[in-house]
Design a protein around this ligand. Structure first.
Ligand SMILES: C[C@@](CO)(OP(=O)(O)O)[C@H](O)COP(=O)(O)OP(=O)(O)OC[C@H]1O[C@@H](n2ccc(N)nc2=O)[C@H](O)[C@@H]1O
Ligand SMILES: Nc1ncnc2c1ncn2[C@@H]1O[C@H](COP(=O)(O)OP(=O)(O)O)[C@@H](O)[C@H]1O
Length: 309
């Protein structure tokens, strides 16, 4: 049998159906109630073993596709979350052999859809497979949480409730498919800056609570009720940094979306549609109104990071 030399993993983006944010903690993070929902916008991560004799531990990174621009551009050095994920797994297991990581990105960069976290999760799965480290799911989830608050979720995918800083996950049943339109903005927003704007706007933030109406609507697959329950505490903060987002949200509302909200820390706006045709119609209206750079239609929920070859 020949040794495996390359592993490709497909990993989804997320939208947050509820994002309730508590007050700033002493460690600078915020306690969250974060209802993650994985959608059919995928990055692909391929990890390839390099020739024996290459410097051990050295990781080469290549990034293609949606790479972003300006200060939020995807880094192509060791600060890239995918490289950090491979390095952490190698360090924990002692298994790291020289690899090349190819990221093919479709998830909008710094758009509040957790593309970097998705790449890190996919890299953990790809390296675990290539290096045959045989990590238990819970060990991968723990490693993921060390890399970032959002990195554990794309390992699970589907729909899940995240508490703590978002890394403590519990799957939530989603009884029916949901159809989405995402309106992409020019340039990204820094997650840390959005949380800081939130602290200025809500110095009195209460402890976050999960909305039972959303959980019930999801379980029964009632898209209209899910739309009515969508809620994001970071939305005001994101709009305060990018006032034009309020116009984008208004176009979706006028077009009759079942629900509208900023995705996570933004600036991507998410619109829940009744079905795929409705999603195409809302996307066309957003483009006609000239209120976004680009649209993507997608559905959820979808599985988490999985090996495709
Ligand atoms: C807001 C959310 C919603 O899912 O994601 P995005 O919409 O940006 O993708 C997440 O909470 C982002 O998760 P992630 O992007 O992994 O954040 P991290 O790397 O852990 O933290 C980046 C910065 O965000 C702030 N942060 C993050 C998570 C949290 N619970 N409280 C925070 O205050 C901190 O300022 C931290 O320095
Ligand atoms: N693999 C990666 N893909 C995208 N961004 C990355 C990656 N690794 C590190 N980053 C950094 O993380 C920032 C946030 O990117 P991203 O995860 O796409 O957005 P968000 O946190 O808004 O969901 C980027 O601006 C970039 O500087």
């Amino acid at each position: 049998m020949t040794a495996m030399t390359a592993v490709t993993v497909r990993v989804p983006a997320k939208v947050n159906l509820q994002l309730a944010v508590g007050p700033a903690r002493e460690d600078g993070y915020h306690d969250l109630v974060n209802v993650f929902h994985a959608v059919s916008v995928f990055d692909e991560v391929t990890v390839t073993a390099r020739e024996p004799g290459s410097a051990p531990g050295e990781i080469i990174l290549r990034v293609t596709g949606e790479t972003g621009s300006g200060p939020t551009r995807v880094p192509d050095d060791t600060s890239n979350l995918a490289v950090r994920a491979a390095a952490v797994l190698a360090h924990e297991t002692g298994a790291g052999t020289p690899i090349t990581i190819d990221l093919h990105k479709n998830i909008p960069v710094a758009g509040g859809m957790a593309g970097g976290s998705a790449d890190a999760a996919a890299t953990l799965v790809a390296c675990d497979t290539l290096w045959k480290t045989g990590m238990a799911q819970q060990d991968l989830l723990d490693l993921a949480a060390r890399l970032g608050s959002d990195v554990a979720f794309p390992l699970l995918g589907r729909t899940a409730l995240g508490t703590g800083r978002g890394e403590v996950l519990e799957p939530l049943p989603c009884g029916g498919g949901l159809h989405w339109v995402f309106a992409l903005a020019e340039g990204g927003l820094s997650t840390g800056e959005v949380f800081r704007a939130y602290d200025r706007l809500r110095p009195d933030a209460p402890q976050p609570q999960c909305d039972p109406a959303l959980v019930a609507a999801l379980a029964s697959g009632d898209a209209a009720a899910v739309g009515a329950a969508l809620d994001n505490d970071l939305q005001r903060a994101a709009v305060s940094l990018r006032p034009e987002l309020s116009h984008t949200l208004a176009v979706g509302e006028e077009a009759g979306a079942l629900g509208t909200l900023v995705s996570g820390s933004g600036p991507t706006c998410a619109f829940l549609a009744a079905d795929e045709r409705d999603a195409q119609r809302i996307a066309a209206r957003l483009l006609e109104a000239g209120r976004c750079a680009r649209t993507i239609t997608a559905y959820g929920d979808v599985p988490g990071a999985s090996v495709v070859s």
